[in-house]
Design a protein around this ligand. Structure first.
Ligand SMILES: [Zn+2]
Length: 79
């Protein structure tokens, strides 16, 4: 039982560490609010930065969010 818990803990930790890593390339998916005042991309679809969004959400790659949509990382969900 102890071994399983350890594997689970490492797994969760890995997810947390890699969620906002900028070195993993463009395969991470992020969320964009399509309102014209939006300047950030979000790693969490439930981020409080997205609750203010009145328009539709778009799911795209992080690479595309930065290079095509010119978004910056969200200060709430991507520190
Ligand atoms: Zn966010």
């Amino acid at each position: 039982m102890k071994k399983i818990k350890k594997i689970l803990a490492i797994g969760i930790l890995t997810i947390i560490i890699t969620a906002c890593s900028s070195s993993t390339g463009g395969t991470d998916y992020v969320y964009l609010c399509m309102g014209n005042k939006s300047i950030a991309y979000h790693v969490s679809s439930t981020c409080k930065g997205l609750t203010k969004c009145s328009t539709s959400l778009k799911t795209t790659t992080k690479d595309s969010a930065i290079n095509y949509y010119h978004r910056k990382s969200c200060r709430f969900c991507c520190r």
